[in-house]
Design a protein around this ligand. Sequence first.
Ligand SMILES: [Zn+2]
Ligand SMILES: [Zn+2]
Length: 274
Amino acid sequence: MLFDCGEGTQRQFLQARAGTNRKMRIFISHMHGDHVFGLPGLLHSLSFMGRTSELEIIGPKGIADFVTSVNRVVKLYSRFPMRIKEVRYGRVVDDEEYEVHAAPAEHGMPCLSYAFVEKPRPGKFYPSKAQKLGIPEGPLWKKLQTSRSVTVERRVVPARLVVGPPRRGVKITYAVDTRPCEAVVKLAGESDLLIHDSCFAEAASTKAKEYGHSTASEAARVAKKSKSRKLALFHISAMYEDPAPLLAQAKRIFRDTILPRDMATVYVVPSARG
Ligand SMILES: [Zn+2]
Ligand SMILES: [Zn+2]
């Protein structure tokens, strides 16, 4: 899953060895250049690298027109099917393992924030317990692992006897470019990781308002209000050579804040949610 595709994404994509032919979805927040200019290049390269499997692009109104216009004029020669979905809000993806929800951000133009919500995963399976209950290894074990009960010699064995409680999935919310707003707080509710616009430092709060962005402190307040567990500052203005003060400002309000560098890997562990 790729959220937004600014200039340079293609290069980072290769460096991250994200794989050419894997199942892939691209989510676009809005139609500002710094969020879509990387798309033509990436689509073009994927074709050249031999992608054949379908690719889904999800975004606000305008995304379909953007991709088809580029394709008409410069030809992307895509050898893989592309499905472009223009969405507004609500559940925009319902996959076997996860859902993605969208909510309107506040950016002076249609802009979407997205929440990736992993579905609960089946609990841990205990083979020894299954053996003790006389359930033969094979298809019945498989069935139990998906939390379904099985029948052995006319005896029904519920899955809970051999499988632990379901494990929670993770929730990650991606909210750029936006002012701090209620819709995002709601969307981000109890995220394990909130990635939030933090374009400016406290001193430039008027600028943040003017351009439809947030300060690092405002991002921290959204993290707090939404009861998120970790905050990643993101979309820092290029005017800050050293963004360390932004991190300090956010941390004063929300302790578990990070400022990831490019290509950083962040491990997200699901935690108990109400
Ligand atoms: Zn923007
Ligand atoms: Zn932007």
